[in-house]
Unconditional design. Structure first.
Length: 254
């Protein structure tokens, strides 16, 4: 039996078809824009076709597209459409407040669940997307806290939109220099080292808190730029999508 999982991020939506614990195929589309409905429908036509899809699990941080997703998924899925949230999880999994639990985004929950499915014990998840998130998990696999700051693209876009002369650029590894010589090199290098510095700070902060060995997980679209700085870290480009499926399994009691 096959399960459809949809991970809706602020910038990209990742749609995957699972059989067992394996992703048979996944497709990514842009979340924002007037073509989302058409692109999502086409993606499901490609992924689902006439296949027997039992359920669909949705991790969404963009409420404005949820109804569109529900309406389109109904054409392809025979069973339930489950929008993932903290209400499906026990309080003992959280060390944040009751309000903090309610406010925790589905993407963060999926990250935590997938990381915990890989390894027990204290860990940091560094999710670098439209927003950068550093998630702390304690030795009992409980969600301790999350730090949220500007994502790489948001950082560069804000610099450009807030100034008259700074260009809006995309990060290029080739433009990152220890001593930049021109504006685009400066923007690339400054953004890269700023986010890298924040990551290193939070890792040191966590190290003082847990006072023992811990694991580091990277995910999100921009993690590929930073994972090489941490040789013992774990990276999976479909990390959150796989977490969506693991979350679904918890709900179904698998």
């Amino acid at each position: 039996m096959k399960t459809l999982c949809v991970e809706v991020g602020n910038t990209r939506t990742n749609i995957g078809l699972f059989e067992g614990d394996k992703i048979l195929k996944n497709i990514q589309i842009n979340t924002k824009g007037k073509y989302f409905s058409n692109d999502f429908n086409k993606a499901l036509e490609t992924l689902c076709g006439n296949k027997n899809i039992i359920d669909c699990a949705v991790s969404s941080v963009v409420d404005s597209v949820n109804k569109t997703i529900e309406n389109i998924v109904q054409k392809f899925v025979k069973g339930k459409i489950i929008f993932l949230s903290s209400k499906f999880l026990p309080d003992k999994m959280f060390l944040v407040s009751k309000k903090g639990k309610e406010e925790t985004g589905a993407d963060i929950l999926c990250d935590i669940i997938y990381a915990n499915s890989i390894k027990n014990g204290p860990k940091i998840i560094i999710d670098l997307g439209t927003a950068s998130k550093v998630i702390f998990i304690d030795k009992k696999n409980r969600f301790l806290t999350v730090y949220i700051f500007l994502g790489l693209g948001s950082f560069l876009s804000l610099l450009s939109s807030s100034t008259e002369k700074l260009p809006n650029i995309r990060l290029k590894i080739s433009k990152i220099k220890p001593i930049p010589k021109e504006t685009k090199e400066t923007l690339n290098s400054s953004t890269y080292y700023c986010i890298l510095g924040a990551i290193k700070y939070y890792i040191e902060h966590f190290k003082k808190h847990v006072n023992k060995k811990f694991d580091i997980f990277f995910c999100g679209g921009h993690s590929e730029f930073f994972k090489k700085e941490f040789s013992n870290s774990f990276y999976d480009k479909n990390f959150t999508l796989k977490g969506c499926y693991e979350f679904y399994k918890i709900i179904k009691g698998c």
